[in-house]
Design a protein around this ligand. Sequence first.
Ligand code: SAH
Ligand code: AVI
Length: 321
Amino acid sequence: MSVLARTAASARLQASQFARDVVSGLTAARKTLPAKYFYDDRGSALFEAITTLPEYYPTRTELGILEARAGEIAALMPPGAALIELGSGSTTKARILLRRRAIAAYVPVDISAGFLKREAARLRHDLPWLRIVPVAADFTKPFELPPEIRARSRVGFFPGSTIGNFEPADAAEFLRHAGRLLGPGARLVVGVDLVKDTAVLNAAYDDAAGVTAAFNLNLLSRINAELGADFDLDCFRHAAFFNRAESRIEMHLVSRDAQQVHVADRTISFGRGETIHTENSYKYTIESFRALAAAAGWSPLAVWTDAQAYFSVHALRFSHA
Ligand code: SAH
Ligand code: AVI
């Protein structure tokens, strides 16, 4: 098969997987949609806008920790290692580590293929000495590391508290899987958002400018555009709140009225006030995250937080699967 035919076949396969996941989520007793589908081109741009909001403390707090601790973090990396970032987005955080030149190769992995390609090009321009091998993949599915880095030691980088978007059992499974992918003795640097005051958490996911609302609603625009659905965006509103019993922010899209929507040959009925649960963002303590990591075979090397203890960055070492 030619490269073009293979690319077209893989795009069709991804589209049908998207359709299956959307139909299965919207026909469940409690309607839900997988958060990974937020990240089309527009979703990635909206997420970048979220990271600069005054209410969204995680990005600036984690950047502060990484800037302050870059020397200590770099010291944990074997010289000439490859840095593999899971969900690389804008690569802003990786740049802090890459600039120190302990790392010889960088593998940004992201599901948002167009965004990834543009960010990799920007990085190549800015750090011309670095070997950059982007991988467009869904990291919840098995994927191969590129052959270019097979001979190198591997350091995983998983910032942003993206781990919080998994159910805790799935997060442990994911960490186990990451350990197997990176290999025995591998290091992982992972950013984890911490449990805190409810008002601070709620504001971070329901900002005054409505950017998070636009990010959430964009999922419906994407389903309309890619699956020919007829969601009326004015008939849904964004809702986000901290569920302390579950230790997670929940994001929902709330149907403003009783209505019917057509998606991929299905008619989906909504009651007034019924919600589509679109995202969980789990918040951990340092101890609860360490326990989760230990169950997945990762031992603690170090942990750093900010002065308010809003966010944590853990360095871990993989010992067994
Ligand atoms: N690491 C960056 C971006 C975090 S946002 C930071 O800390 O700022 C989460 C990123 O993970 C997005 O870029 C999104 O496209 C990507 N992502 C989400 N689910 C994914 C999946 N299942 N597979 C691969 N990438 C995913
Ligand atoms: C990518 N992820 C860690 C973000 C979070 O905080 O859970 C996604 C997000 N959702 C709403 N705002 C940001």
